[in-house]
Design a protein around this ligand. Structure first.
Ligand code: MOS
Length: 703
């Protein structure tokens, strides 16, 4: 294997509307998901059901499994006294059943293994758990979110402070000072989380194999191996097909460990563990609620002098997760005086995690509503306000942007949306019983490309090539766009590429997350293809292969790489009932070259719909008295349904970011949700004159 400098790929298949290469497998039901595999080694599995804590904090004093064990089909019950031991128990989310402590309501306190899923479920209901309960704290308030994490998003500074924010705010001709609240949100990919696991031996080396619904098979192996005291190559994780993730499958959660642990007790018999939709609300991560304090100081013409964005949010007492909510405020607009901060409440609750555009989504939701309020306070158009605050250089790093085309997105969207006809004052248009308004918001997302990706190219003869990388297609179309990239990198047709992915026995790849998959894996594929051609020429013998990682995976450090977008929404609010409809939603994006317009459009539309859903519906509720999540299915946790999604469209600027990747692409998975909720909220304000600052925006605000 070698490290290869990559050259730009000659564009041919890239940019085509290639139909998904796995479309037939998917629509005919032949695509196999995590608990559907029928391979010989996973036939006749035992089924695992989770027993979950009914207290928020305390200790398990006794697990009475007698009744469960008498139930027909139940094979065993594993509690903390009997569970296999891990060598590293420092990660209290993953190190389940290692002691008697309970850290949140819904934590796994026992596993039931049975011959059928029904018997396992009934068995779990028959397990009686006794507890010593301790006082808990499960509610985020302005008073308890006081702790500064060391970093946010594991890498960014918790606080920033430049210039003299307080003096600039005191001198500002226009001052906006508001507090906003965003709710708990729960990822709900179509395929609930699930794992099939089994243990074998190679001599006296134990091997753990899994089919796991995961965004990163290598990551799961790398995370679990040290906890078991194994080398990474003793764990093989496969995820050939995944029914969505949205961040919730980006890292291994406790159920993956539960499956591995249950399988450890069965002498080689495989186990299947399917997390229910309800259990997902407890165990597979969620977006923290936030309380966001924003102060903007500006001249009368809207030129910002100061931005202060102070965020309060929540983590879990058993494991820290700090959402980087104020991070986009650091680079979005010019202002000489700027301060951002994050403070956490460390609560006795489940561990929050990634949910599509973690940080950018709730941060820009609030920041872009605040900008709309500032435009109103200055009496200027919201697009003009953004023009006046367009920075020359990245305000955070002082570096030039690679290609900042926010204003191009705003102007193109304004033209398509008919912005010029927008009445300058709110509550100006009544159409029958409906107040009508339009709103805008900016979008941004960092361009992420991860080091540590390796691809393999093999000649199969007859001009055909096998290309392998251990990334995962979570439904985004990665298998298809990587086929296009590989075809162009090898200068062959897409029909001559056989792409393999979704297996940790394939070359190393980073997570399908942070909108980084296509950039990271595609760059490695380009590197391997270029080296293959250099080594073996254009007519290689079958069986020749080359493995390479991209030496220049980390881009040149002299620029700030971001994508941008502009979202426009029309809202209609019923004057009698407050019902909100969004008849039109448009996103215009600058994301570098689009590898496949069909799959890209799906990503943007999905992001826009998710942003619409967050603006109007999504709100998780936790009962602070017991610490449990009350909204735990799609009846009580509302999401946008088909009837809520009307005319939604996305387009993108024609461009290529040749400095960022050999394909010219920059990543598209998350930007569609960023800013969208703010555009919808701003449109409801323009329609009605009512400003909502506690999200989601619901009918009662207008009555
Ligand atoms: Mo995304 S939340 O980085 O999977």
């Amino acid at each position: 294997m070698s490290e290869q400098k990559t050259r730009p790929v000659r564009i041919n298949a890239i940019g085509d509307r290639l139909a998904r290469v796995d479309a037939v497998e998917k629509v005919t039901g032949r695509a196999t998901y995590a608990v559907e595999h029928q391979a010989p080694e996973v036939t006749d599995p035992l089924h695992v059901w989770l027993v979950q804590s009914t207290i928020a904090k305390g200790r398990v004093t006794f697990v009475d499994s007698a009744a469960a064990l008498e139930h027909p089909g139940v094979v065993s019950v594993i509690d903390h006294t009997a569970a296999p031991r891990l060598v590293d128990t420092s990660d209290r989310e993953l190190a389940i059943l290692q002691d008697d402590r309970v850290g949140f309501h819904g934590q796994i306190v026992a596993l039931v293994l049975a011959e059928t899923p029904e018997a396992a479920r009934q068995g779990a209901a028959l397990v009686e758990v006794s507890y010593d309960q301790e006082p808990h704290e499960a509610e985020l308030t302005e008073h308890n979110a006081t702790e500064a994490p060391e970093k946010v998003n594991a890498e960014a500074a918790t606080d920033t402070d430049e210039g003299d924010v307080d003096a600039a705010l005191a001198d500002a001709e226009v001052l906006l000072e508001q507090t906003y609240r965003t709710p708990y949100e729960h990822n709900n990919p179509m395929e609930p989380h699930a794992t099939t696991a089994w243990w074998t031996h190679e001599g006296d080396r134990p091997l753990l194999s899994m089919f796991d619904s995961s965004q990163g098979v290598h990551g799961v192996a790398q995370t679990l191996a040290p906890l078991w005291g194994l080398e990474t190559d003793q764990i093989r994780v496969r995820a050939p097909y995944v029914g969505g993730g949205f961040g919730s499958k980006g890292v291994a959660h406790a159920h993956v460990m539960a499956a591995a642990m249950a399988a450890r007790t069965t002498e080689g018999r495989p186990v299947r563990l399917a997390v229910t939709r309800q259990q997902m609300f407890d165990l597979t991560g969620y977006r923290t609620a936030t309380i966001q304090h924003v102060r903007l100081g500006a001249a009368a013409d809207g030129t910002l002098s100061a931005i202060h964005h102070a965020v309060q949010e929540q983590t879990s007492a058993i494991k820290e997760f700090a959402e980087q909510t104020a991070v986009p405020a650091r680079m979005m607009y010019a202002a000489p005086h700027r301060r951002t901060s994050h403070r956490l409440a460390r609560l006795d609750v489940a561990v929050p995690s990634w949910m599509r555009a973690p940080g950018e989504m709730p941060g820009m939701f609030v920041h872009e509503v605040a900008m709309d309020e500032l435009a109103e306070a200055c009496g200027i158009d919201p697009i003009v306000l953004r023009e006046r605050n367009e920075p020359e250089l990245d305000p955070e790093t002082g570096k030039p942007f690679n290609d900042r085309r926010l204003l191009d997105c705003l102007h193109r969207g304004a033209e398509r949306f008919g912005w010029a006809d927008r009445p300058p004052t709110p509550r100006a248009t009544l159409d029958g019983d409906w107040w009508v308004g339009i709103g805008v918001a900016s979008a941004t997302y960092p361009a992420n490309k991860m080091p540590g990706n390796t691809a393999r190219v093999r000649s199969l003869g007859d001009g055909r090539y096998g290309v392998a990388i251990g990334g995962v297609d979570i439904g985004t179309g990665a298998r298809t766009v990587l086929t296009q990239i590989a075809a162009d990198a090898l200068d062959v047709s897409t029909a001559d590429v056989e792409l393999e992915l979704g297996d940790s026995s394939l070359p190393a790849a980073t997570v399908a997350g942070g909108s980084s998959g296509t950039s990271s894996w595609g760059t490695a594929i380009a590197a391997a293809a270029q080296l293959f051609r250099a080594d073996h020429g254009s007519d290689p013998d079958p069986g020749l292969e080359t493995t390479a990682s991209a030496a220049d995976a980390a881009v040149a450090d002299d620029k700030a790489y971001h994508s941008f977008g502009a979202v426009f929404a029309e809202a209609r609010v019923n004057r009698w009932t407050g019902e909100i409809r969004v008849p039109r939603l448009l996103g215009v994006y600058s994301v570098g070259r689009v590898v496949n317009p069909t799959t890209a459009r799906s990503q943007f539309l999905g992001g826009l719909v998710m942003g619409l859903s967050a603006a109007l519906f999504e709100e998780g509720y936790r009962d602070p008295r017991f610490g449990h999540t009350v909204t735990r299915d799609l009846a009580t946790y509302h999401v946008a349904a088909h009837a809520d999604v009307l005319d939604v469209d996305a387009e993108w600027l024609d461009e290529s970011d040749d400095e960022f990747t050999p394909m010219g692409s920059r990543g598209i998975g998350e930007i569609g949700i960023v800013g969208t909720s703010a555009a919808v909220a701003n449109a409801t304000h323009h329609a009605t004159g009512v400003r909502v600052r506690s999200f989601p925006v619901t009918a009662d605000a207008f009555l």
